[in-house]
Write a protein that binds this ligand. Structure first.
Ligand SMILES: CC(=O)N[C@H]1[C@@H](OP(=O)(O)O)O[C@H](CO)[C@@H](O)[C@@H]1O
Ligand SMILES: [Mg+2]
Length: 544
């Protein structure tokens, strides 16, 4: 049967009518805007996620209500594909179309998708729903549930969870629990027991001290970290700050990973203790950055590039010790600091690939390697392990000819795999991975920082009439439109030692971003401002 049993148009008009005519687009991170504009969009995404499930042989699809690091008044919705990855690109277009048509056209558009995608509506779709802690998330989650019910989908509503937990649950469900059980308890247990085994009985090692200051951005990260803290106990003392429950702070306001990374200063709500190792996560706990303030009150940021280099170096060493043939690679975007790229490719000898901005692009590339490590500079990333590597590891762990040290390394690698949430960047699992590597190396945060020196850099935003006039190629590193812009950028970059700069239209904000690097902070700022001027003059800036 290929026609709708119930009229979605009628349900929408009655319960979730479209109440504005603004166009909204499924962008880098799903739909994201002020929460009051989203009710009909989320209802429709409930519908679409059932269609997606039916298209994917009735496997479970995830639907997450969150606007991540954005303001508390914003919200958003994103759809998770069966293996925990982001929604397939061609469906992003269907999502955009479905979100924007009038209520009266809904049945037609849905029937159209059903026909073109060859979907069998007599089968039953399945959707997992999760939400962040925003005040608007509850009612939006209800809109999603109504949308799912409109197509008679089966639903499991997880309530407040981190985005990476929802990705984890979806993967567990669709692998028949090979990846774990699709419950919060199983998620916490899988990761924390791997962490405890890796840590062993000695919590303090060399210069490593098992204590961190944690900034939960007044979001779901501060809720779930408590479950980890309980499971981990003294192996790592986690001092939880910006905890919405105890302090009623506003989500992401002057705190969280995005604030710390872009403002380059410590978050409000965390007492400054000289040289203490501090961690900030974002509003849905898929990004993490580290920082510390030194004895001279100077702020030091250790971002996604630092996490990538730390874990790549360590995992490569462990892999070498196993004696297994494994191809390991690291994936970055053009925003990665040039020094981190040089360190990874020249010092660690790990191949580096550069892809367009957006976690989905990094993830897609990472899975091409046996072990793929990816992190955006903003702290969003993870490590993926191919089935080939996992099978090899299983086989070799029982191979009598493996040496004792090979076996120990293989056991360690197997535990690292369990510690990592491979489905998508997971701030809490990534944090425990960083803690594991620092502990294994006996390092404090300064030792980690001293591995290489970042090139000074500057990220600016330019407001233009239409950001879509800016088009890029070569993983965002070359601007192809408007004509002449790239030549102008090349001209100014040439004048700076270690100069590098590129522009691209943001996928999440109505701006063009300018990134610049150079030998000194003054030069990086100067270069960024010169390129900003080029954008203003040649790409329709409205700030002139
Ligand atoms: C420079 C920067 O940090 N860009 C971020 C930001 O995308 P833009 O397309 O640059 O707005 O949000 C994305 C989603 O969170 C993230 O993937 C990306 O890295
Ligand atoms: Mg996020």
């Amino acid at each position: 049967m290929t026609t709708l049993q119930k009229s979605v148009t009628a349900i929408a008009a009655k319960n979730h009518p479209k109440n504005h005519s603004k166009t909204i687009q499924y962008g880098t991170a799903g739909f994201r805007t002020v929460a009051t504009d989203l009710d009909h969009v989320v209802f429709r995404m409930g519908v679409l996620s059932v269609l997606r499930s039916l298209k994917c042989n009735c496997q479970t699809i995830g639907l997450m209500i969150t606007a991540s690091h954005n303001k508390e008044e914003d919200n958003g919705v994103k759809i998770v594909d069966p293996m925990g990855e982001m929604l397939e690109q061609s469906w992003e277009e269907l999502a955009t179309e479905l979100a924007n048509v009038g209520d009266d056209k809904l049945d037609t558009v849905i029937n159209d998708i059903v026909e073109k995608q060859n979907i069998d509506l007599s089968k039953t779709g399945s959707v997992f729903v999760g939400q962040d802690t925003r005040p608007s998330s509850d009612s939006l989650a209800r809109a999603a549930l109504t949308g799912i019910a409109a197509l008679s989908g089966i639903v499991k509503d997880y309530g407040i969870v981190t985005t990476p937990m929802l990705h984890f649950f979806v993967t567990c469900q669709n692998t028949n629990e090979a990846y774990g059980k699709a419950t919060a308890d199983s998620y916490i247990k899988k990761i924390s027991s791997a962490f405890l085994k890796l840590r062993g009985d000695t919590y303090e090692k060399g210069k490593y001290k098992p204590e961190i200051q944690f900034d939960g951005a007044n979001g779901v990260g501060s809720v779930i970290i408590k479950d980890f803290a309980k499971a981990i106990g003294d192996a790592l003392k986690i001092n939880i700050n910006n905890d919405r429950v105890n302090e009623l702070g506003v989500l992401n306001k002057d705190c969280g990973a995005e604030y710390v990374k872009t403002q380059q200063k410590p978050p409000k709500g965390v007492a400054v203790v000289a040289n203490a190792r501090c961690v900030s996560v974002d509003g849905d706990a898929d990004r993490v950055v580290y920082y510390y303030v030194d004895a001279d009150d100077k702020f030091h940021l250790l971002d996604g590039d630092r996490i990538a280099t730390l874990v790549a170096g360590y995992i490569m060493e462990v892999v070498k010790k196993t004696g297994l043939e494994v191809n390991l690679g690291l994936v970055q975007t053009a925003y990665a600091n040039g020094s981190s790229t040089a360190y990874i490719s020249e010092k660690l000898n790990v191949p580096v690939a550069c892809v367009s901005t957006g976690v989905k692009n990094l993830h897609r590339k990472a899975v091409e390697f046996d072990i793929g490590i990816y992190f955006e500079a903003n702290g969003h990333g993870t490590i993926t392990f191919s089935d080939k590597v996992k099978d090899k590891l299983d086989r070799e762990l029982t191979n009598p000819s493996s040496t004792k040290s090979q076996l120990a390394a293989m056991k360690e690698l197997a535990l690292l795999i369990n510690l990592i949430n491979e489905t998508v960047g997971d701030a809490l699992s990534d944090m425990l991975l960083v803690e594991t590597v620092l502990h294994a190396r006996g390092w404090n945060i300064q030792d980690w920082e001293n591995t290489y020196e970042d090139l000074p850099n500057r990220l600016l935003k330019v407001i233009v009439k239409d950001r879509n006039v800016v088009e890029t190629t070569d993983a965002n590193r070359k601007c192809t439109s408007p004509a002449g812009v790239q030549d102008a950028i090349d001209e100014v970059v040439k004048k700076f030692k270690n100069g590098r700069s590129f522009i691209r239209a943001s996928g999440t904000e109505d701006v063009v971003r300018v990134y610049a690097e150079a030998d000194t902070q003054e030069n990086a700022d100067h270069l960024a401002n010169l390129v900003k001027k080029i954008v203003e003059e040649m790409a329709g800036g409205i700030n002139q």
